[in-house]
Design a protein around this ligand. Sequence first.
Ligand SMILES: Nc1ncnc2c1ncn2[C@@H]1O[C@H](COP(=O)(O)OP(=O)(O)O)[C@@H](O)[C@H]1O
Ligand SMILES: [Mg+2]
Length: 235
Amino acid sequence: MNAPQLEAEDLEKVYGSGENRFRALKGVSLSARTGDSLAIVGRSGSGKSTLLHLLGALDRPDGGRVRYEGEPVDTMSTRDQDRMRNREFGFVFQQFHLEERASVLENVALPMMIAKVPAKERRERALEVLDRLGLADRADENAANLSGGQRQRVAMARALANRPRVIFADEPTGALDVENGATVADLLFELNRDDGITLVLITHSTDLARRCGRRVTIVDGELAPDDPAATEPVR
Ligand SMILES: Nc1ncnc2c1ncn2[C@@H]1O[C@H](COP(=O)(O)OP(=O)(O)O)[C@@H](O)[C@H]1O
Ligand SMILES: [Mg+2]
């Protein structure tokens, strides 16, 4: 058995202070191995996005520890965190977060610009990944001109641009119609299965959660006790 790729130990997150102090995470521990698919489920407001932000080093915990490949992430300098995130992680959010005034190609190339990939290679790699997602012919289009499903595929292409080892997806199909949602979900599972990219997926969809190898449920900032029925993948 290989060691965990991603590990959270006793994570605490507090928002606000005084009367507004709110414990969003109350000691959450979990881990994922390379190539895992992990669903994080739970009601709205339970702390799912907060947890994903801590795992993906988009935010720092107020207690506990996050490790990636055995390295403590929460104590890294912001610069090292940025570098690691850029190199190792891809993110897909419900609301796409594209640069609307930039072209599709520019959006996909952005993480590679940050990673200082040379221009020619940026373009080649962006086109390659857009091709894989069925969007090569839209490369020069403004992102704002695309449909929701196409925009989410651009966001996925951008997440893939630096060949990440982990994809964090926060309700990636939440803003899509059924058909586009299915396309995006299939792509995520294909990347997990065929490319061995670890998938951490927040979803409200029982179907999507069941397609993951493992599921954890968050209730009011805590992991619900293991549901034995939830430990085996349904395929
Ligand atoms: N930046 C913030 N400031 C204050 N409260 C927040 C902030 N982000 C989230 N919260 C609160 O923390 C709780 C968990 O939020 P979140 O992790 O977004 O839940 P989920 O993704 O499960 O819907 C919610 O009650 C939310 O209102
Ligand atoms: Mg959320």
